[in-house]
Ligand binder design. Structure first.
Ligand SMILES: [Zn+2]
Length: 202
């Protein structure tokens, strides 16, 4: 009888320990789920904030592009941003300068390098209204720009994935993080409008 009681007590204890273990496991699981949920909310907020910032700087690149159009050049604009500040602006001046080197990105890279006193633009983001050409993609890789935000793609000359993918070429020692389609419709609309006016012999 006495032994039975002891057995029962031991069983009870084992049972409570098992329940305790399950409870702890469940609490830990709930804690992990809550942490995951909060992390997902934070990531979403950061993504929205990034999106807003990207659109703001792309808006400035678009303003630059309009300057090109005013000179009769294809409307392509660019800004380079460092620590939330625009450090260089540029727009396409190929016709105005009679030079193929006068692309918006090259002009902006030159200005940013001059401002920073360095050929490396390692902590900068470039915003450009049109997918960069081979020359500008080469300069972006050379300058080690880590991130490029693109307005609209350029099926005929783009080198961020359209014709070639120089910005993500694994064989190079530098790959670029890109985001395309930021204010994309506005950027492509601006180009279409420019060429429509030319066709109509404005
Ligand atoms: Zn170019």
């Amino acid at each position: 009888m006495e032994t039975d009681k002891i057995n029962q007590a031991q069983q009870d204890q084992a049972c409570t320990q098992q329940q305790k273990g399950e409870l702890t496991r469940r609490r830990n699981w709930e804690k992990r789920m809550e942490q995951k949920r909060l992390a997902a909310i934070k990531a979403e907020e950061e993504e929205r904030e990034q999106q807003r910032a990207d659109e703001g700087f792309m808006g400035e690149a678009i303003r630059q592009a309009h300057k090109a159009a005013a000179l009769g050049d294809v409307p392509i604009g660019c800004v380079i941003v460092r620590q939330g500040q625009i450090i260089a602006r540029g727009y396409n001046r190929r016709n105005a300068d009679k030079s193929v080197l006068s692309h918006a990105e090259i002009i902006s890279i030159k200005r940013a390098c001059k401002k920073l006193g360095d050929w490396r633009l390692e902590d900068c983001t470039m915003y450009v209204t049109l997918e960069p050409c081979p020359m500008c993609s080469g300069a972006i890789v050379q300058a080690r720009i880590p991130r490029v935000v693109i307005g609209c793609m350029n099926a005929k000359a783009g080198c961020a994935g359209s014709v070639l993918d120089l910005l993500h070429e694994p064989g190079f020692n530098h790959q670029v993080d890109t985001r395309a389609g930021v204010l994309g419709e506005e950027c492509s609309g601006m180009m279409k409008e420019f060429f429509r006016k030319i066709r109509e012999g404005r």
